[in-house]
Write a protein that binds this ligand. Structure first.
Ligand code: S3P
Ligand code: PEP
Length: 662
């Protein structure tokens, strides 16, 4: 079961190394070439994801002998023939599987059906079918003309003159022909003429490169004419290693830049692609470099490390993305952090990929607060200032790249929830594990404890010492209660109270609370009436939910110290340091008594003590968010410690944690 959504904490840095999973484009090409070739091929570094699984299982259904173990596979080539004369093949949403397989099967002829997920049935394939029909291939559309599902029948192959294929919708149509047609070039040249401007050219270069590895040298004139010479034969190279995926690399390369914006990051290195890569998407790193990123290239790695000296932000500008359609999506995210608008051009193919990516990008970027303009084949993204970011739930449209791209939004000033994170399985099932491993969340120190344990004063002193923000979560309940009393909202009107809580324009500065231009002292909210009302509304789940989001929104760089009762258990379960602060009931009663007296409130120690015991009992026994230490909390008993000593103990715990992280 994959989760419905994934909450990403705001990030303050990144650093480390990622061993990239194999390239999707190379994996699926190599699998097909190995199946079509003469001889046995041992493949290493193969990608294990939805897209390669559909290719592998299709080849098995077609009678190709293959063994797979992790990222290695052994394929016994069929020397140009698929043994199974008929098959029903599910292609998921893998363009790199359905298009080349359609060409290979149609040229052989048989009784085959190719289909996929609903979106696959909206992705065009008509240009490829038209090209194949020029050879006498029998291909029918089961539904809408021009789209899968396809039914392939017996072929009466003939070759009379050049074959033409359109290149301006997807380069995969040309790739499909180039991969399959060597089987028909034994006796005569096969010439392919490309109509319209070929898009995504570097992917055709991958095709040509891998064909060479399998013994076929295609000659090309510009990007319009390709000749597969007579006598061509696909022969296994024996062993072939798949590079890491350059498109998947783009998210981490971006993280290596964005993670340094708060100067808390370290270099991020992707391993498995480098300056010798055959994938066009490594050009993403060059684009980043042009925009001001600091990039290092190795033979088998690329590393980013923030911005080039002297720069404060990435540059904006216009970027032609014709050659890097997939990695271009990542540029739409880095654009949010630039110093000027970024316009991505020549991205018309986005409209017919996993989803209409121009529409999806524009819609989801707008949820973050960004100003976005778009046209048929372009997108302009205006950068976001820190105070313009909005927290959002990002829809991912069953598009792996939407999910991976928007993980980068957590370097902004917002809480990001990614819907259907499992969709990354199309090309990168372990993406979020790798992303969490190399990113560093904005730190939170959660200080929970019973009433009068001194957590408020300690939290604010710790925050001041570290330069972090401070959140007194108890105050939020009291403020909501105070606002409800003032506005006459009934204390049992859950929906109205939740609405009030969700939109409290509150901030904390210089030890005071600011709400709607009014400034308070925490003591002003400690009246009996507000206290009673706060305790009533704190028991309402809708109010707790609303305040949950509000409390989490205080987690912003450079860090947060949050005090309350459920900070470490409920609100910030991933806090880097959790302290559960206690003191004996007698000493807490004495502290509270002294506080009351010093504020000029008459008090009797015995009564204060009794009230405190009552409050403890209520807090530990209540149904929602009962007071208890988190399993991983440090227990700190301050009965015999002064305030200064307690603060110093918390700071020492924090320093120990920080050293471990570094
Ligand atoms: O040939 C390939 O491996 C690919 C070509 C590109 O598609 P288009 O040619 O449709 O742009 C790219 O977007 C896709 O992810 C993989
Ligand atoms: C467009 C993509 O996939 P496909 O190979 O299915 O075309 C992609 O991975 O971004």
């Amino acid at each position: 079961m994959t989760p419905e959504f994934l909450d990403l904490p705001p990030l303050i840095g990144a650093g480390g190394r990622v061993a990239l999973p194999g390239s999707k484009s190379i994996s699926n090409r190599v699998l097909l070439l190995a199946a079509l070739a003469e001889g046995q091929t041992e493949i290493t570094g193969l990608l294990d994801s939805d897209d390669t699984r559909v290719m592998l299982s299709a080849l098995q259904s077609l009678g190709i002998e293959l063994k797979r173990e992790g990222s290695a596979a052994l394929v016994q080539g069929g020397a140009g023939r698929f043994p199974a004369p008929s098959a029903d093949l599910f292609m998921g949403n893998a363009g790199t599987a359905i298009r080349p397989l359609t060409a290979a099967l149609a040229l052989q002829g048989g009784d085959y059906r190719l289909h996929g997920v609903p979106r696959m049935h909206e992705r065009p394939i008509g240009d490829l079918v038209d090209a194949l029909r020029q050879f006498g291939c029998a291909i029918d559309y089961e539904g809408q003309a021009g789209y899968p599902p396809l039914c392939i029948g017996a072929s009466q192959f003939r070759l009379s003159g050049d074959v033409s294929v359109r290149g301006d919708v997807s380069s995969q149509f040309l790739t499909a022909l180039l991969l399959a047609l060597p089987l028909k070039a034994a006796e005569q040249d096969v010439v392919i003429a490309v109509q319209g401007e070929l898009i995504s050219k570097p992917y055709v270069e991958i095709t040509l490169n891998l064909l060479r590895r399998f013994g076929v040298s295609v000659q090309r004139t510009g990007w319009e004419r390709f000749v597969i010479p007579a006598g061509s034969r696909l022969r296994s190279p024996g062993r072939i290693a798949v590079e890491g995926d350059a498109s998947s690399a783009s998210y981490f390369l971006a993280a290596g830049v964005l993670g340094q914006l708060h100067r808390r990051g370290a270099p991020v290195r992707v391993e498995g692609v480098g300056r010798d890569s055959i994938q066009g998407d490594v050009a993403f790193a060059r684009v980043l470099e042009d925009l001001g990123a600091s990039v290092r290239w190795g033979d088998d790695f690329i590393e980013t490390d923030g911005l080039q000296p002297g720069l404060k932000a990435l540059r904006g500008g216009e970027i032609d993305c014709l050659a890097i359609p997939d990695a271009a999506m990542t540029l739409a995210m880095t654009a949010l952090f630039a110093d000027a608008p970024t316009t991505l051009t020549a991205i018309g193919s986005w409209r017919v990929k996993e989803t209409d990516r121009i529409h999806a990008m524009a819609t989801e970027l707008a949820k973050l607060g960004a100003q976005v303009e778009s046209g048929t084949d372009w997108l302009r993204i205006h950068p976001l200032q820190p105070d313009q970011w909005r927290s959002a739930t990002i829809a991912t449209y069953d598009d792996h790249r939407m999910a991976m791209c928007f993980s980068l939004a957590s370097f902004g000033h917002a809480d990001i929830r990614i819907a259907d994170p499992g969709c990354v399985a199309k090309t990168y099932p372990g993406y979020f594990q790798d992303f969490f491993r190399i990113t560093r969340p904005v730190p939170v120190i959660a200080i929970d404890g019973p009433t009068a344990s001194g957590k408020g004063s300690i939290a604010s002193a710790v925050a001041e010492a570290l330069g972090f923000d401070c959140l007194d979560s108890g105050v939020l309940y009291r403020l909501t209660a105070w606002a409800a009393l003032r506005q006459g909202v009934a204390l049992d009107d859950s929906a109205a109270l939740a609405q009030l809580a969700a939109t409290l324009p509150v901030s904390f500065a210089a030890g005071r609370i600011h709400l709607n231009g009014q400034s308070f002292d925490a003591a002003q909210l400690r009246t009996e009436a507000v206290g009673q009302a706060a305790s009533t509304i704190a028991a309402l789940p809708a109010v707790r939910d609303a305040l949950f989001a509000l409390q989490r929104s205080f987690r912003r760089a450079p860090g947060l110290v949050a005090d309350g009762r459920d900070m470490g258990t409920v609100v910030f379960p991933d806090a880097q340091l959790k302290v559960f602060l206690t003191a004996s009931a007698a000493s807490r009663a004495e502290r509270r008594y002294k506080q009351l007296i010093s504020q000029g409130n008459p008090a009797i120690l015995g009564d204060v003590f009794a009230e405190l015991l009552e409050r403890d009992a209520r807090d530990t026994q209540r149904a929602v968010a009962a007071l208890k230490p988190a399993a991983d909390a440090e227990l700190l008993d301050s009965t015999d410690l002064s305030l200064e000593q307690t603060v110093e103990t918390v700071l020492a715990l924090w320093r120990r944690h920080d050293v471990q992280v570094a």
